[in-house]
Design a protein around this ligand. Structure first.
Ligand SMILES: Cc1cc2nc3c(=O)[nH]c(=O)nc-3n(C[C@H](O)[C@H](O)[C@H](O)COP(=O)(O)OP(=O)(O)OC[C@H]3O[C@@H](n4cnc5c(N)ncnc54)[C@H](O)[C@@H]3O)c2cc1C
Ligand SMILES: NC(=O)c1ccc[n+]([C@@H]2O[C@H](COP(=O)([O-])OP(=O)(O)OC[C@H]3O[C@@H](n4cnc5c(N)ncnc54)[C@H](OP(=O)(O)O)[C@@H]3O)[C@@H](O)[C@H]2O)c1
Ligand SMILES: Cc1cc2nc3c(=O)[nH]c(=O)nc-3n(C[C@H](O)[C@H](O)[C@H](O)COP(=O)(O)O)c2cc1C
Length: 1281
């Protein structure tokens, strides 16, 4: 037999399998001259000590396996890791064709020492797989498992370990031809099930999921493992679905002869079979060692296909049928020393299993002769090959019928080809592939299938699926059934009837809840978290949903997810939020690995097959149809899936992404898109196109639409059907605002009159950050007193708290307080009898289900601490952002005038459940317009609707939290120990519609603090914006306006470093110790806002700054100049710095400016480097990856009004089908609009340089202000503390 004809040679490892596989015999003979050091080469990641078995000792025998069709050879070294359990063959005899091996497991529990040994090996294998071998996590887990086994004799695998173990057991199964799909196995963890009803539920769910309306999916359900051997869980059926075989008195059999013995058991247990040829047998389930119980399988769980032939009409008259899901249910999963005695699993059919074996084997349905006769064949002589002909037609009928019914099936040729591909993959990734040739070669057309010509090596690896004695042979009956056929199982007839009814109802919701859904979010300011919470609520109505922030999520679980929903915003300039960074890096890294793996498979396949000498296999076939590589573009699986599709790391995961962003940014929703694409590259199945929530408009509608659609598609995909109440579901994403009612909350005096709570501790709890107090030290005005704007240098005293350790480039986050006047205006409109200064608490009315029934009680609503309403509005809640439509809708209920009610609810219209599309859109547009024109804050809204009286509880429960603001630190920690300096532009702008002045919360607050006031803060590390480690690396620092902030910390640090080393300028220049530093600054006017002018001059004189280039944008009589113009003007130097080897570019400030600078530098590189702009762009991306191009983005700070107005106009035109606008909007979202920045820039600059508040050219009277006018809103004298 070919599988044992292989030759052995010595080797000392695995070698380069790519080469080995493609090498011809002669080359190999040379290469394989045993001890060659080439074979001590790299060990593939999963092979080093697979399963914890010792790495192959030097000079271990490697087995060469020939493929006679292609003329290639491979070398199997994986068998060194084979378990010591008995292989079917020994030196004296080959038992390769014996069906049931003698090493079936009995029911004795495994000795503890063996459990420990296998557990240790498996845990190691798992940690190798997740790249965490020999880490603290590995050691901790091992210690935990060891302690547990030593005290209890057993332990519990985590769900991820179990899922990995089940997949690996499939990968290790030598007899399975369909293993290319091994990583695509859905685990249903049923280890908490304790009785047969629970088992039934789990099996039904499994079948529903696996069937998937014909689009079959591989799955396994795992019940509790063996304990003492007397409390086993077993599924008595050999396969979950099988046809009964009734033995007649004359010895003939109706139905499937293979089921005769089992059918008798079913009958004995009280099942009444109808007596037909295709009666589906009941499930016989045994829980916890109890006597088994039987259950009919509900019709919807057992899909069947009626068989017909594409040409022979008479074939359908045979009345043949077969079930769609082949689910083996009598084997044991042996993983990590634990024995899972009940673990039904399924893949999908290969046609010969039905057509050749089940229907044509003479001891099964035995249809061959009947078919041949109908075909008119001469059955009297073998020489007519009537058997072969009948066999082919029967198989054809099976394939035809399954395909017609859109039920997944594969033919034996495709299965064989994919198995060869699988062997190659395995050879490359782990040095071998155990395979039982006898089983792998299909039951018909042997030598025309490629597997026939492939030598194979049969050995056992752990984890594995093992044969077990039939349950009825080992079960110790409590109540043995008698032969008379009466019901003797534990159940009475009434119970049986009830059980059947129960099954018929199927309790879909209970079942579906077992499907896991993981919701991950990444957020910077909390919005994505809020959306993710709503998604979580929605999916919890039908799934077992779990909500996690990306940075809390253990990425090792990713490949074991079934449904993954991601809600993520974008920060910086197209970057992930901080808490999405580690997840982003992980999937990026994995995607690269996956891409490499797929590339090598494609390369190997095409090389091998083009070099092949086989006469049987066509080269063209592989070359024309290379293995598909990511990214794939399927949205949903096709109904009939090819087994040839390689499996990817996340093949088993379905996902959908909702990205949050602002279309005012050039890289709109970039992180959401990146996650969406990377998950696809990793092979996950995208359920729905990415949803985009644009902060500038329509975000709520986009979210709701995406959420509802995703929910619908997910339910379809997981076969959660009609039972889900879509009304409840829709309501669930609207909560809590939409379901808010005054009766549900009360605000009462707190039991004790606590002092105001500790602010920093409260903020730490609310925001999940370690917020600590700094003290305000001083403030210095940086702009000329003639300027009507204000930019200040604020110095904070960190009181030497070590948590405030920072490096130049880091940020400080500051929690401001709201404006007292605004708070007073709100307090005047609150419906609350008590003083706003009384300490209060909020309670929620909740229904609790107790043993006495449903009891309604007040439970503490612990969102905020006990504090006064004034305190909450001052320090904890956001009262300046325009409230969301949902909030307005809730507010509308508290207006006494019907007109005001209507106006407010129109603004919140998009929340109307089931509203017509038109109504919804209208509501949204009204809100967006209102938002754009007024940016109204809460006080303004309350005043605009005079009949509104707001319950205090509404504000305390629904207003968003006041979020911290980030500032780039402007000091060096060594130059100013214990201090944090920041450079703050005090924000002020005028509402377009009302003319009201709006002041930025934090900047205004900082501008009014007194010495020693507490400033709650924490440090936010920005490792990607630190100075280069190599001090000789040249730097270009680009930061117009307040973008200069971090660079002050840079030059101070450099000054400190130079002072420290007492190096004077000439020394520095001489030894090139410190690289050139070029500062590119921009401001409006040389006399008014050239901030840190003196400091910069000093730094230049000291040689710390090599060059300072300043662009003036509003200098009278000079052309408007931006930093980009200066970069272009000095392009040669910029090019040399950027591309001269180790140079760094730092850009800080407004996103539009940063994107403009990036485009400018791309153009410079393209010009001086003589390359295309596309190439230059890639080069910058590479520099970013290498941490040599750094961006620190404040957001949209420059020309906020202009940026938003432009977008709004484009959107409106696009809605009116203006194609040009649509194109501009699209390219703008792609980031290209920045090239058109000159349009904005080349406005005339004859205007007064300081006349505009954020570019809107107005003063407090709405007229232009002359330079000589006093600053209109500067309320404090210019001073420095
Ligand atoms: C990483 C990072 C670093 C930063 N570093 C600095 C720094 O060093 N120095 C600095 O000054 N700032 C910096 N910022 C910005 C800073 O965090 C604050 O956003 C800024 O100080 C405004 O906060 P505020 O509370 O005063 O204003 P807010 O109350 O937050 O109001 C600002 C908001 O008002 C709106 N707005 C502003 N102008 C207009 C307009 N014309 N029309 C309509 N709406 C408008 C916008 O929605 C804007 O977001 C940084 C931001 C980030 C993310
Ligand atoms: N209200 C206040 O008291 C006050 C005080 C300071 C800052 N602010 C506001 O805070 C924000 C940031 O202020 P800031 O001091 O950092 O900056 P800024 O002074 O507004 O701008 C700095 C320089 O950058 C220029 N610029 C504008 N758009 C640019 C682009 N796309 N690319 C390159 N350069 C560009 C500006 O030119 P032009 O503006 O001439 O185009 C100016 O010369 C601004 O919105 C500003 O109005 C307000
Ligand atoms: C400093 C800063 C940078 C941003 N950068 C981007 C960006 O590059 N692309 C984008 O689409 N949105 C960007 N945004 C907008 C945010 O993604 C948007 O405000 C989002 O709603 C925030 O969601 P979160 O609260 O979940 O973080 C940025 C916002 C800020 C404040």
């Amino acid at each position: 037999m070919m599988s044992v004809a292989s030759t052995e040679s010595e080797c000392n490892g695995f070698g380069d399998h790519d080469d080995v596989f493609t090498g011809k015999d002669t080359e190999l003979a040379g290469e394989y001259r045993d001890t060659s050091s080439e074979y001590r080469a790299s060990t593939p990641p999963e092979t080093g000590r697979v399963g914890g078995y010792s790495a192959s000792p030097l000079r271990q025998k490697c087995v060469k396996l020939h493929n006679f069709a292609s003329g290639t050879q491979s070398v199997d070294a994986l068998h060194h890791n084979a378990t010591t359990c008995e292989a079917p063959c020994s030196d004296r005899r080959c038992r390769g064709s014996i069906l049931a091996p003698s090493n079936r497991t009995g029911s004795l529990p495994r000795p503890t020492t063996e459990v420990l040994k296998q557990a240790t090996e498996f845990i190691e294998q798992y940690y190798v797989h997740i790249n965490r071998a020999n880490t603290d996590a590995h050691a901790t887990r091992l210690a935990e498992v060891t302690a547990c086994i030593e005290t209890t004799g057993t332990y519990r695998l985590t769900e991820a370990e179990l899922s990995y173990g089940a997949k690996l057991a499939w990968r290790n199964a030598p007899r399975c031809i369909g293993r290319i799909q091994w990583s695509k196995l859905q685990l249903f963890d049923a280890r908490n099930v304790r009785n047969t009803r629970g088992m039934l539920e789990a099996v039904c769910k499994h079948l529903l999921y696996a069937t998937n309306k014909g689009n079959i999916r591989s799955a396994i359900t795992v019940f509790p493992p063996r304990t003492d051997g007397q409390h086993d869980y077993r599924v008595w059926n050999t396969t979950l679905i099988k046809y009964a075989g009734y033995e007649q008195e004359d010895g003939t059999i109706i139905g499937d002869p293979a089921s005769v013995e089992f059918t008798k058991i079913c009958l004995k247990l009280g099942w009444r079979g109808p007596g037909g040829r295709f009666d589906i047998l009941p499930l016989i389930l045994q829980a916890n060692g109890e006597d088994p119980e039987w259950f009919d399988i509900p019709e919807e769980c057992a899909m069947e296909v009626k068989l017909s032939h594409p040409e022979f009409d008479w074939f359908a008259e045979f009345g043949l049928r077969w079930y769609a899901v082949p689910a083996v249910s009598n084997m044991m999963l042996d993983v990590g020393g634990l024995e899972f005695t009940a673990c039904p699993f399924n893949g999908w059919y290969m046609s010969t299993e039905i057509g050749a074996r089940n229907l044509c084997d003479t001891y099964r349905y035995n249809l061959m002769e009947t078919t041949a006769t109908k075909m008119g064949l001469d059955t009297t002589s073998n020489m007519t090959l009537w058997k072969d002909k009948a066999l082919v037609e029967t198989n054809l009928a099976v394939l035809h019928s399954f395909q017609k019914a859109q039920v997944t099936i594969t033919d034996h040729h495709s299965a064989s080809e994919s198995f060869i591909t699988h062997m190659r993959n395995e050879q490359a990734t782990r040095g071998g592939c155990p395979a039982d040739w006898v089983w792998i070669v299909p039951p018909m057309s042997g030598s025309v299938c490629p597997v026939f010509h492939q030598e194979m090596l049969y050995y056992s690896l752990k984890p594995s699926y093992e044969y077990q004695e039939p349950a009825w042979k080992t079960h110790l009956w409590r109540n043995r059934p008698v032969d008379s056929g009466q019901v003797t199982s534990k159940k009475t007839f009434k119970e049986v009837a009830e059980a059947v009814r129960f099954v018929a109802r199927l309790m879909i919701r209970a079942l579906s809840k077992r499907f896991k859904a993981t919701i991950l979010y990444a957020t910077e300011t909390g919005r994505s978290k809020n959306y993710a919470e709503r998604i979580h609520r929605m999916f919890s109505t039908a799934f077992n949903a779990k909500l996690l922030c990306m940075d809390e999520y253990d990425v090792a679980n990713l490949e074991h997810e079934a449904l993954l929903l991601v809600v993520a915003s974008t920060f910086g300039n197209g970057d992930p939020p901080d808490n999405g960074l580690s997840f982003a890096r992980y999937i990026m890294e994995k995607a690269k690995e996956e891409q490499r793996k797929m590339d090598s498979i494609v390369r190997r396949n095409s090389e091998i097959d083009c070099e092949s000498t086989s006469e049987h296999l066509s080269c063209e076939k592989f070359c024309d149809q290379p293995v598909r590589i990511a990214p794939r573009k399927i949205l949903r699986m096709n109904s009939v899936t090819s087994m040839d599709e390689p499996t990817y790391m996340l093949s088993n995961v379905r996902y959908a992404v909702f990205g949050l962003g602002s279309s005012a940014y050039p890289n709109f929703c970039a992180f959401g898109h990146a996650v969406d694409e990377l998950l696809e590259t990793l092979g996950a199945e995208r359920l729905l196109e990415i949803g985009e929530g644009d902060e500038l408009g329509g975000q709520e509608i986009a979210f709701k639409k995406w959420a509802q659609e995703t929910f619908k598609v997910a339910c379809e995909n997981f076969c959660i059907g009609s039972d889900v109440n879509i009304d409840n579901v829709t309501a669930s994403i609207s909560m809590p605002d939409a379901a808010w009612s005054a009766e549900k909350y009360r605000v009462i005096a707190a039991d004790y009159q606590a002092n105001p709570p500790d602010l920093c501790r409260t903020l730490s709890r609310l925001h999940g950050k370690a917020v600590l107090p700094c003290r305000f030290k001083s403030r210095t005005d940086l702009l000329n007193s003639l300027s009507r704007r204000s930019t200040i240098l604020v110095k904070l005293d960190t009181q030497d708290q070590e948590e405030f350790a920072y490096e130049p480039g880091d940020h400080v986050a500051i929690y401001p307080a709201n404006d007292k006047d605004l708070v007073d205006r709100i307090l005047r409109r609150i419906a609350h009898e008590k003083s706003p200064d009384v300490v209060v608490k909020v309670d929620r009315h909740e229904a609790k289900i107790t043993e006495l029934g449903t009891v309604r009680t007040w439970v503490p609503h612990d969102r905020l601490p006990h504090c006064s309403i004034r305190y909450a509005l001052l320090h904890l809640l956001d009262i300046t952002s325009t409230p969301s439509p949902m909030f307005l809708k809730t507010l509308s209920m508290h207006a006494r005038s019907p007109l005001e009610q209507k106006q407010l609810s129109t603004l919140g219209e998009l929340l109307e459940e089931h509203s017509e599309q038109r109504t919804t859109d209208k509501g949204s547009a009204v809100y967006d317009e209102w938002l754009y024109s007024s940016f109204p804050n809460l006080a303004e809204i309350l005043e605009a609707f005079p009949t509104l009286r707001v319950p205090a509880s509404l504000l305390l429960t629904l207003l968003p939290l006041l979020r911290p603001r980030y500032y780039s630190i402007s000091s060096s920690p060594q130059m100013h120990p214990g201090d944090v300096h920041i450079t703050v532009a005090v924000v002020q702008y005028k509402s377009k519609a009302s003319g009201a002045i709006h002041r930025g919360v934090c900047s205004t607050w900082l501008d009014a603090l007194s010495a020693d006031d507490i400033v709650p803060a924490f440090i936010r590390k920005a490792p990607s914006f630190h100075m280069p480690k190599d001090q000789s690396a040249p730097m270009v620092l680009v930061g117009p306006g307040t973008g200069i902030a971090p660079f002050r910390s840079f030059w101070q640090q450099r000054q400190y470093d130079r002072y420290q080393e007492a190096i004077d300028q000439s020394d520095a220049d001489k030894d090139g110790r410190f690289g050139d530093v070029t500062l590119v600054f921009g401001c409006r006017h040389s006399k008014l806002d050239n901030i840190y002018k003196e400091e910069k001059m000093t730094a230049k004189e000291e040689g710390v700054l090599t060059d300072v280039w300043t662009a003036y944008s509003r200098e009278v009589h000079l052309p408007k100049t931006y930093v980009q113009d200066l970069l272009r003007k000095n392009s040669q130097k910029v090019y040399e710095t950027v591309c001269g080897g180790k140079g760094h570019v730092y850009v800080c400030g407004d996103v539009t400016m940063a994107a403009g600078v990036r485009v400018t530098i791309e153009t410079i590189i393209a010009k001086h480097g003589e390359m295309s702009e596309e190439k230059a762009k890639k080069l910058i991306e590479r520099l970013k990856d290498e941490n040599r191009y750094h961006e620190d983005i404040f957001g949209i700070t420059l020309r906020t009004a202009e940026a938003t107005e432009k977008l709004r106009e484009l959107k409106q035109r696009t809605e009116k089908n203006d194609k040009t606008a649509a194109e501009e909007l699209a390219s703008l979202r792609m980031g290209y609009f920045l090239r058109r920045e000159t349009v904005i820039r080349h406005r005339t600059v004859s205007e007064n340089p300081e006349t505009s508040v954020n570019g809107s050219n107005l003063n407090n009277n709405g007229r232009e202000r002359k330079l000589s006018d006093p600053p209109p809103y500067r309320s404090r004298p210019l001073h420095t503390y």
